[in-house]
Design a protein around this ligand. Structure first.
Ligand SMILES: NC(=O)c1ccc[n+]([C@@H]2O[C@H](COP(=O)([O-])OP(=O)(O)OC[C@H]3O[C@@H](n4cnc5c(N)ncnc54)[C@H](O)[C@@H]3O)[C@@H](O)[C@H]2O)c1
Length: 349
């Protein structure tokens, strides 16, 4: 048994070799207890397709908790198109793989609804939609809700304010020092929102071209390594996950962490280390739920309404506050309190 496998409490794992592309297409459905399993499709290189299946299982499980904590009528799932090492999926083979993946999704008959994830862009979604109707996040002109990133960023800003209110007794960001690592679709928007609110920003990205945003917003620019350990009020990780580990936690100098990056903790035990250092960590799967809250509105019978989506995304603040209060009352970590909230909501259906 693979010791790195997540708990195997999933409903389905479907692996199908794409007849057009020859590539493994994978869908993991963790839970449909609260509704169709929603989760993006990741196009990524793996040394071995079994690692891709493991990724799908792990990410699908996290999506169940993300949707449950956000109180959405959705379950958790994830798709993967597994590429061998070094292959860049372009041109006709990309199109073939996307059509294959759509067919795989279609065979699950709506138990899984796909969306964008790492390695997939808005131009890919209409191709997937040619072979399945279970696609979210299509362009507004096609009745979809479009790019989820602005809604994810709104949720992150809301979570940053809630976290600051808990630590500093004030939700205002005026004069607050915030380091943002990763200035992509979400991070750049979080930076712009925080700048408008008067925060003093320290920005970092592995891509030097992102420095232009720092100049535009009047923010300081540094390396990702320096930003992670900078002395700031709050750190907002908006790049990749897994960086909060036993080595970095003793070196952190922020008072709180709230960012969009998925799976920030290298292991669950890191939540305890952060609490011991007095650093308030806002659980990533609660903070970054704005995108799926937006998609849930698209899936409603009445059709998509951006104003409704924005109102619901702002509720992330109240959910996070409830989690912080529960953690304090039960002398546990925000991670444990968030998982307990998710489990309670799953048990209620
Ligand atoms: N897009 C969404 O709506 C959404 C929703 C939920 C969660 N997330 C998560 O938020 C994170 C950011 O998503 P995104 O859509 O903005 O991605 P993106 O690919 O648009 O941006 C990521 C940015 O991080 C930078 N980066 C990569 N590695 C880095 C490193 N080691 N240090 C510093 N910068 C680095 C990249 O150069 C890029 O600018 C991801 O973890 C994603 O899974 C995104």
């Amino acid at each position: 048994m693979d010791p790195l496998l997540p708990p195997l409490d999933h409903e389905e794992l479907y692996v199908r070799r794409g007849p057009r592309s020859g590539l493994p297409t994978i869908v993991a459905v963790h839970s449909t207890a609260r509704g169709p399993a929603l989760g993006g499709c990741r196009v990524w290189n793996y040394d071995d397709p079994t690692l891709a299946a493991r990724d799908a299982l792990r990410l699908a499980r996290a999506m169940t908790y993300k949707a449950a904590c956000a109180d959405q009528p959705l379950g958790g799932g994830k798709g993967v198109i597994a590429l061998p090492p070094g292959l860049r999926l372009t041109g006709r083979r990309r199109r073939a793989a996307l059509l294959d993946f759509g067919e795989t999704v279609e065979q699950l008959a709506g138990r899984y609804v796909t969306a964008e994830d790492v390695g997939i862009g808005s131009r890919d979604m209409p191709v997937i939609a040619q072979t399945t109707s279970h696609v979210s996040g299509l362009a507004r002109s096609r009745g979809g809700s479009g790019d989820p990133s602005p809604f994810t960023a709104l949720g992150v800003e809301t979570a940053i304010r809630t976290t600051c209110a808990r630590v500093f007794g004030d939700a205002s960001l005026a004069g607050r020092s915030i380091a943002i690592v990763g200035l992509g679709h979400v991070g750049s928007r979080v930076a712009a929102r925080c700048a408008r609110a008067g925060a003093r920003l320290l920005l970092a990205d592995v891509d030097p071209a992102k420095r232009a945003l720092a100049d535009e917003l009047g923010a300081r620019w540094t390396t990702p390594a320096r930003a992670l350990t900078a002395k700031v009020d709050l750190l907002s990780p908006c790049a990749l996950g897994g960086f909060l580990d036993e080595a970095i936690v003793p070196r952190l100098r922020c008072r709180a962490i709230a960012g969009a990056a998925n799976n920030q903790l290298a292991t669950d035990a890191v939540a305890g280390l952060l609490a011991m250092r007095g650093i308030l960590w806002a659980p990533d799967f609660v903070v970054s739920a704005g995108g799926i809250v937006n998609i849930a509105v698209e899936l409603e019978p009445g059709g998509y309404d951006a104003a409704v989506a924005r109102r619901r995304v702002r509720a992330i603040g109240a959910t996070l506050d409830e989690i912080f209060s529960a953690a304090e009352a039960q002398r546990t970590t925000p991670l444990a309190a968030a998982v307990a909230l998710g489990e309670q909501r799953l048990a209620a259906v």
